[in-house]
Design a protein around this ligand. Sequence first.
Ligand code: NAP
Length: 183
Amino acid sequence: MTAKKSMQDVKVVILGGSGFLGEYFHHYLQSIQAEPVVISRSRPCFNCTWHEMSNIELLKNQLEHISPMLIINCAAIASHEKCEAHPEKAFSVNAYLPSVLARWCNFHRIKFIQISSDSVFSGSDKFPFSETSDVSPIGIYAQSKMKGEKLVMLNSAESIICRTNFLVGIEGVKGLYTSFTIT
Ligand SMILES: NC(=O)c1ccc[n+]([C@@H]2O[C@H](COP(=O)([O-])OP(=O)(O)OC[C@H]3O[C@@H](n4cnc5c(N)ncnc54)[C@H](OP(=O)(O)O)[C@@H]3O)[C@@H](O)[C@H]2O)c1
């Protein structure tokens, strides 16, 4: 008989849980009896607000307190326009945050999943793509996501990086949240 590990009671932190994908993860994990804890900027639940990038220590403290077995990072500046308008912030949220999380997970020997984007490819590259295909990101969003990927791999080679295409779905109900902001 194959030993299939159950997700029941597995504590999973989802960052960016107020976002489109984060909310889906939240509901999916609930549906399989995992124990999702959402960390989100705009929907507080543990009376905790993270306003400054310097407050990354606060996020780490939260993570220590929650003690998850897996972190899924859906937090990002996903708007290309916002990234072009605020490149520093784009790199801070899309590259620096994932690198900090990956390092934290590596140190604590827990799994880390970083959500990235197929926009690391320019669009003129040859199909089909593989994990080892050359990347050629165009624009700040794509460049910041690619930088995030590189820093994640550098800080935790065991991490999983998922490059998604357009996300499609409907919006659902919001649930258990704690809150943070990266400025
Ligand atoms: N949407 C797509 O079609 C698509 C395609 C390819 C890849 N992706 C990737 O998939 C992931 C999820 O995307 P999504 O569409 O779910 O994005 P989204 O709906 O825009 O959600 C982004 C999340 O990040 C949080 N966030 C944004 N800026 C922040 C900041 N400065 N500090 C802290 N949190 C911040 C948002 O919090 P607030 O709610 O408080 O703003 C929200 O929870 C991202 O990594 C994105 O790059 C998305």
